[in-house]
Structure formats: structure tokens, C-alpha cells
Design a protein around this ligand. Structure first.
Ligand SMILES: NC(=O)c1ccc[n+]([C@@H]2O[C@H](COP(=O)([O-])OP(=O)(O)OC[C@H]3O[C@@H](n4cnc5c(N)ncnc54)[C@H](O)[C@@H]3O)[C@@H](O)[C@H]2O)c1
Length: 256
């Protein structure tokens, strides 16, 4: 049975990715900053769980030791953990900038590096020409920056730069590296953002949500499962020759 680790899997998109990978036949390590969330999702899926703060190299190395001692390899890594805050650029604090960069940019770097070091040494996946597959959850905001999200957008642009560079570096080691870029997804992160945006723009939360749908040509808010479906493709055999790619999963809200 192939295995996978999903970070930030205690909620929202990560939770949906973990559930989808279980359906695809993976043994999934469910990890989150919040131990209780990791445990709840892990138990619900009948899968192992780990509390991991992706901003901590030592916590990631401990998780890697644990997973490799148990399974001796990691086929799929989904670096999904992320945070957001919202503020006008002229009022943005250094703390907010640092928080978004610590989790989204540095956390993704540390996660990918810690596990890629180990995955580079494992045999190829069964019946495949790749040793393992790495996925990062970036964002539509990594393509098209949005007002009130300068710091978040910049941190997600960093994720795509990282993915492109390391896709080239790790390809000779038979590791692929890709990203998914979600749009307006119904999660707890979105609930927080809607409340902030409503206050900052002087709108009702309903009006903010209506605006998200208006910006989405396919005409509805995105579900976490929409993102999980793209991840299922990116970890499956049909995408084994794709690396350095970022898949837009946004209902047409941003088209290259
Ligand atoms: N919701 C959206 O509209 C949207 C859009 C584009 C991109 N994204 C990205 O998708 C990913 C998941 O977002 P979501 O909407 O599911 O958010 P969410 O807040 O619902 O879930 C995020 C999870 O990550 C965990 N987390 C936070 N900091 C962590 C850390 N330091 N270490 C480990 N885990 C940590 C949280 O505890 C939480 O369980 C994030 O990278 C986010 O930036 C979300």
C-alpha cells in the first residue's frame, strides 16, 4: 500500500486531501499543528496521526524519523499547511508579514526539504518511474495578488518559486514537485477572511461571499473536495511526467 503525509490535515483542504488519498488506496499520515485536530481526523479516517508544526525543523525531522521507522518510505508528501491574515498594506505589521512567511513560505520549504532528503534515497514507487511525489498547496493569490492580502500573496508567490526551482533540482532524483492553486474555498480560513474583509470593506459577510461567487465563472464557491481531486491526479500515475507545474483549481476565477 503506498503511503502519504498531509500537513495541515486537521481542517479544510488538507482534511479533504487526506480523505481522498485514503479513497485512492493510500495509508495517510494525518498531521496538523493542533494535536486534537490531527487526532480527530486521523481517527475518523482510521489512519495514523501526528502533531507537527511546519515552522519547526526539529518537529518535521522527528515526524520523518517516525514515518520512515514505521513505513521505510514516503511515496507522497502534501505540504498543505498554511495561514492567512488580512490588512491594508499601509497598516500591515511586521508581525503579520513574518507570520504568513513563517508558515506559508518557510514552512513549505522546511517540509519539502526534510522529506525530500529521505525520499531521494528510497527505491522507485512500485511499477513507476518516480521515487516519490511532492505537492504544495499554493493559492490563486500566488498568480493574481489581491488587495488586503499583500503579505499572503507574496508568501504564496514564494511557494511557486520554490516549487519551480526544486522541480528542476529533484527531477534527476526521480522526484516530482507540483503545486495546486485553490481559489475561493469553503473552509475555516475562508470564514475568517470573510469576517475580516466584511469589516475592512464595510460590507456584510453575505455580500463578500456573493462577490467571491461573482468572480468565479463556474458560479459557486469552491469545495475542499475540488482541490483534493486535483491532488489525486497529481499523485497518480497519469501525472508522472509532470513536474514544476501549478494546477489552477478555481472555477475559472483566474485563467493564465
Ligand atoms: N480556503 C481558501 O480559500 C484557500 C485558497 C487558496 C489557498 N488556500 C491554502 O490551502 C491551504 C489550506 O487552507 P484551508 O483553507 O484548508 O485552511 P484551514 O485554516 O481550514 O486549515 C489549515 C490547517 O493548517 C493548520 N496549520 C496552521 N498552521 C500550521 C503549522 N504551523 N503547522 C502545521 N499545521 C498548521 C491549522 O491548524 C489548520 O488545521 C493553506 O495553505 C491555504 O493557504 C486556501
Amino acid at each position: 500500500m503506498p503511503n502519504a503525509l498531509v500537513t495541515g490535515a486537521g481542517s479544510g483542504i488538507g482534511q479533504a486531501i487526506a480523505a481522498r488519498l485514503v479513497r485512492e488506496g493510500f495509508r495517510v499520515w494525518v498531521s496538523d499543528l493542533e494535536p486534537i485536530r490531527a487526532e480527530q481526523v486521523g481517527k475518523a479516517l482510521g489512519m495514523p496521526h501526528l502533531a507537527v508544526d511546519v515552522t519547526s525543523r526539529s518537529a518535521l525531522e522527528e515526524a520523518a524519523r517516525h514515518i520512515f521507522a514505521s513505513d521505510h518510505r514516503l511515496d507522497v508528501l502534501v505540504a498543505n499547511a498554511g495561514v492567512s491574515t488580512m490588512n491594508p498594506f499601509l497598516e500591515l505589521s511586521e508581525e503579520e508579514w513574518d507570520f504568513n512567511f513563517a508558515v506559508n513560505a518557510k514552512g513549505t520549504f522546511l517540509t519539502l526539504q526534510t522529506f525530500a532528503r529521505q525520499m531521494a534515497q528510497q527505491p522507485l514507487m512500485t511499477g513507476r518511474e518516480v521515487r516519490g511525489k511532492l505537492i504544495a498547496t499554493a493559492s490563486m493569490a500566488a498568480r493574481q495578488a489581491a488587495p488586503l492580502l499583500a503579505h499572503y500573496s507574496a508568501s504564496k508567490f514564494a511557494v511557486l518559486g520554490l516549487v519551480q526551482a526544486i522541480a528542476k533540482e529533484l527531477a534527476p532524483l526521480q522526484l516530482t514537485v507540483n503545486a495546486v492553486n485553490p481559489g475561493f474555498v469553503q473552509t475555516q480560513m475562508q470564514e475568517r477572511e470573510v469576517a475580516w474583509e466584511a469589516r475592512l470593506r464595510g460590507l456584510s459577510p453575505q455580500a463578500v461571499l456573493k462577490d467571491y461567487v461573482r468572480q468565479t465563472p463556474l458560479g459557486r464557491l469552491q469545495r475542499p473536495e475540488d482541490v483534493a481531486a486535483a491532488v489525486a491526479f497529481l499523485v497518480g500515475p497519469d501525472s508522472d511526467f509532470i513536474t514544476g507545474e501549478a494546477m489552477e483549481v478555481n472555477g475559472g476565477a483566474w485563467i493564465f
